[in-house]
Design a binder for this molecule. Sequence first.
Ligand code: NAD
Length: 371
Amino acid sequence: MEKVRVAIVGSEFAAGLHVRALKRCPYAEVVAACSIDAPSLKRFVKANNIPNKYDDYNKMFARDDVDLVSLCVPNFLHKQVGIAALAAGKHIICEKPLATTIADAKALIRAAQKYGRKLMYAEDWLNAPAILRAKEIIDQGGIGDVLYIKAKETHNGSHSIYAQRKEYCGGGAMIHLGIHPMAFIRWLAGSEIVEVAGMCTGGGQKNFFHKKYGGEDWSAALVTLKNGIRGFVEVNYITHGGMDDVMEICGTKGVMKIDMTFGSPMRVYSQPGFEYAIEKAETSKGWTRPAVDEEANLGYVSEIAHFIDCVRFDREPGFGMRAEDGAAVLQATLAVYESAAKGKTIKLKPLFGKTAGKTRPKAKKAQARKR
Ligand SMILES: NC(=O)c1ccc[n+]([C@@H]2O[C@H](COP(=O)([O-])OP(=O)(O)OC[C@H]3O[C@@H](n4cnc5c(N)ncnc54)[C@H](O)[C@@H]3O)[C@@H](O)[C@H]2O)c1
């Protein structure tokens, strides 16, 4: 297949990330987009030179010239839109989280199996250059055996009305942001999360600040991996100044710290301010560290290129980006809510028996993904 022909569902934030990454991939061609928001769709197709637009995703999926569908719709729609695309014979890239419930995640996976199509799980962190470099150093024994992985994503609140409503999002900051650090810890440890203890602010009036959000605006969780590694996930919507994605990895012979969003090589002092410094920053006035190619550094560009290759060469996505990985991370994330509600540690059972969704071999033996 020379070029993979892609249709995008959604026309806002994630759709923008996908379309720009697709445009940077020489083997992808965006042929259509769909959204229920007509003005947004009009802006989106015009800005990105997309030749066809739809207000009904089923009509778009009926096109013969679509190989792959990017799901950039709210979390609660991943199941229904995803199954419709798979049933129409399309491969799909599903944005995080895979779904809002384990039942929906499993229904998506069953549909992919039934229709023999790829269901690829978009976890951009696992493609971020700094994270891949961290993995390389760990695989070379640079910090000895990994003992403890701490990871967080925080900012001052979601732009998306769907993310602010629990019934559309499936929760609050933990499912919407925490799914990234949770996936990162599981991926780096190369092992399944078996135990979760969590706390949340509780949503609505119980929140620190975002009283109108149905889901929590602060949450944290301790996790234990099957291989004994421990992890800590921290997320919130109460952090001003821009999205803060930070990781710390403690090993028997060293420690590693990663600053994914404030680690820019630039420092700017601006009196009037300028258009954009980093994601979710309220201002660009005064001293800032403006992002340089943020979308590549956060992993979106190589993530999309990887999925395009998977379709072109009929390959499975790498560890962490298979549908089963998305389901396992969702299970751990939802367990944070259960733990917070019950006030106790939750033990997780394997979702797919012993073979399906298996974790990757030990780090040193792992095949590095070619990109
Ligand atoms: N990987 C990441 O870092 C990242 C970042 C942001 C969002 N996301 C994920 O991407 C998805 C979309 O989030 P977003 O921030 O773009 O949300 P958004 O609110 O900015 O956009 C949602 C889009 O979905 C469209 N839509 C809603 N219902 C629809 C329907 N029935 N048919 C067609 N279009 C419909 C809306 O019109 C809108 O264009 C979510 O699952 C979110 O978790 C991932």
